[in-house]
Ligand binder design. Structure first.
Ligand code: NAP
Length: 188
């Protein structure tokens, strides 16, 4: 599968590595192109790096691995490129302010991915997953699962059943057991 990664930081980089190790075509991108290229170099297989717009156009599935506050900025910058695409949302409503992590209130009593779906627009097919593990444990657990060891559970949520079906093998290929958590209203 062709996977675009927008945001090659603490989470996006190891997540893309897991996909690349499983044989998927991964296009890393970031606000800092050097970070995207470094992530591509760290990954095995056919990984490459470039601009966010290129990653968004490249991916059958596009992971938006940017911070909560950057999420609407990225969506605006991508300017419709994501319409019709399956987008994986690992974003948690936590922001960095003054060097400290601050939990942000999600507006309108929505769950976090319901709000991100609102930001993305109804043409984007959102699946929420990969939001429940720290990056180091994600890489360790995923690599262990890929090598035939015990598999950790990875919950996923979405309102689009076809999009969920498309993301399921990505979760499994990343070394996890995919657990259907239901719709976006039920998401963590
Ligand atoms: N880290 C965790 O423990 C963890 C766990 C689960 C889920 N998550 C979620 O995963 C997401 C990413 O977290 P992270 O820890 O990986 O953050 P991070 O290390 O700060 O990485 C985010 C990357 O996105 C880049 N970025 C910012 N604005 C951008 C834009 N407009 N276009 C393209 N790239 C942009 C950032 O570049 P700059 O640094 O230059 O701004 C940074 O390289 C967050 O939503 C977080 O809630 C994180």
């Amino acid at each position: 599968m062709r996977v675009g990664i927008v945001g090659s930081g603490r989470l996006g980089s190891p997540l893309g590595r897991l996909f690349a190790a499983a044989g998927h075509d991964v296009f890393f991108s970031d606000a800092d192109p050097a970070r995207a290229l470094a992530a591509a170099r760290a990954a095995e297989g056919r990984a490459r790096g470039g601009e966010p717009g290129q990653a968004a156009r490249f991916g059958d599935v596009v992971v938006l691995a940017v911070g909560w506050e950057a999420f609407p900025v990225v969506v605006a910058e991508l300017d419709g490129t994501l319409a019709g695409k399956i987008v994986v949302d690992p974003s948690n409503p936590i922001a960095e302010r003054d060097g400290a992590a601050v939990v942000v209130a999600v507006p309108d009593r929505l769950t976090s991915p319901q709000y991100q779906q609102h930001v993305l627009g109804s043409e984007v097919r959102l699946v929420r997953t990969f939001n429940t593990k720290y990056p180091n444990e994600l890489l360790e657990l995923g690599t262990a699962g890929q090598r035939g060891g015990a598999r950790a559970d990875m919950p996923y949520w979405g309102d689009d059943d076809e999009a969920k079906k498309a993301v399921l093998p990505l979760i499994e290929d990343a070394g996890f057991t995919a657990i259907d958590g239901g719709g976006l209203s039920e998401a963590l």
